[in-house]
Structure formats: structure tokens, C-alpha cells
Design a binder for this molecule. Sequence first.
Ligand code: FAD
Length: 259
Amino acid sequence: MSNIWSNWSGFVSAEPKLIASPGDAGELGDLVRTAPGPVRVAGAGHSFTPLVKSQGTILSLERLEGLVSHDAETHRARVRAGTRLGPLMRILQGIGQGLPNMGDIDRQAIGGALGTATHGSGPTLGAYHTQLETVQIVDGLGKVRDFKRAGDQDMIHAMGVALGAFGVLTEVTLNNIATYRLRRRKYVLPITEMLRDFEAMMAAHRSAEFYYIPFSGYAQFIASDFSDAAPTARPPEEDEAGLRTLRRLRASLAWLPSL
Ligand SMILES: Cc1cc2nc3c(=O)[nH]c(=O)nc-3n(C[C@H](O)[C@H](O)[C@H](O)COP(=O)(O)OP(=O)(O)OC[C@H]3O[C@@H](n4cnc5c(N)ncnc54)[C@H](O)[C@@H]3O)c2cc1C
């Protein structure tokens, strides 16, 4: 039987001798000791580079997912490393917690997101690994090891963004915050103004980002800030209509060398 693995886009693929999905840390440890090498661990396969590719063994943590425990006072939650970010958000919401920040998508596994310093935007908000309080790993000898920030800070730092090189994360405790609402606003403005005011605009919001619309001379700026307001229906987005027009303009004029 052939074992084919590929990342999200199909751009990276592998045909390892073994693809295995251990059900617990003990089974994972046995595989690390006995499976044909090189052994690589896969999250959701949403990285762009061949980090997970192997001719030996690819370990999937899809069966190691879900909440282990939580602390309502400190807003800490211990979760299995194969938990995808989308389900993780819903689990956390159910216990009154939220991730302080998120990137553009929620498909990644928390183990993979930690492994590559996945981050959202916002000058005061860290990448996921800055939330780590404890980690449990299966090391290169197949042994289960536990580390906590108090006392093992170097190991927490080393395991935080390790590209899978220091062992397999099996469980992590995250420092979260209480659930919250965000108000998201979008603006279209000339790219010259965007670049001129970039630092002030970023500093004025909890989280913000912009996209340049090639050949148009315009950018879209997106800002998110805490809000106590009740949730509202999505408003009609005039900017979206404007953006569609600009994209059409760009597509039809893009062949002009001067643009
Ligand atoms: C459409 C798209 C949008 C994206 N948006 C953002 C964004 O907004 N911000 C951002 O920062 N990034 C973004 N990324 C990048 C993405 O977050 C990272 O590539 C992330 O690593 C993918 O997570 P994954 O679970 O798919 O990990 P994988 O790609 O499967 O693995 C990534 C690395 O982590 C290791 N790893 C996985 N699980 C474990 C584990 N349990 N223990 C130890 N190591 C492990 C792997 O061995 C590998 O080295 C985006 C990617 C895509 C495709």
C-alpha cells in the first residue's frame, strides 16, 4: 500500500515508508523509537516549505486533540497538540477563554502553529509560543517529558518555535484571556497615505494590517479593537464594492508595462 502525504496546497508531497496516527503519548513514544527514520511530525500541513516531508515516517497527531484541563481563575487551558485552531477557539469559548490573537486562518494544529511562530498582527501581541506555560513532549528517545515556565524557561523557549526539531509536542498549556468581542473596520486609502501614516495607524489599534492593491495606488487597511457593543449583523461593505472595482481595473490594465 502506498503512503502519500501532501501539504495543504499539494506543492509539497512525500511518499514515506510509514504514516502513523498514534492515540496517546505512549504509542507515540514507541513509534519514535521503532519507526523508520527520518521521523517528522505533521500538524495540519499548512506550512509552505518541506518541513514535514520525509522518506521515513510522518506522524500525524490528528487523534491527539481536545481539552485536557483548564483553570478559570488564570485563564489557562491545557490542550492536546493536535487540536486544530478552529475547534480550539470553540472549546475555549465554552470555558470563558479566548486566544489573545489569531492569524488569518484557523486550520492549523496548535502544535504546528507553535512550531513556526504563527502570529496575527498588532504591535503589542505576541505569536502563539509567547502564550506557553507548560509543554509536554515525546523526545527523540521516545520518552515523555514535561516542562513548565517556572523553572524550565529555557526549555519552554527552545520548544516554542522548534520546527519539530526538539521532539513532538503532545500537550501544551496556554495562557489565554477572558472571551472578548472585537470591532473590525476596513478602510480603502491611497497607498502614499498608508505608508506615510503606517506607524501611527498601527499604534492606534490593538491589531491592524494592510494590503496593497497592485497597480491601483490604493491600500486596504483593516483594524480590530476590543468592543463592549452587542454583536451586530455584518454591515453592507461599501469599501468591498470599491475594492472589487479597483481589482477589476487592475486586472484589465495590468498588461500595460508602465503600470
Ligand atoms: C492560507 C494560509 C494562511 C496562513 N496565515 C498565517 C498567518 O496569518 N500568520 C502566520 O504566522 N502564519 C500563517 N500561515 C502559516 C501557518 O500558520 C504555519 O505554516 C503553520 O506552521 C501551519 O500549521 P500546521 O499545523 O499546518 O503545521 P505543519 O505545516 O503541519 O507543521 C509545521 C511545523 O511544525 C512542526 N510540528 C507540527 N506539529 C508538531 C508537534 N505536535 N510537535 C512538534 N512540532 C510540530 C512540523 O514538524 C513542522 O516543522 C498561513 C498558512 C496558510 C496556508
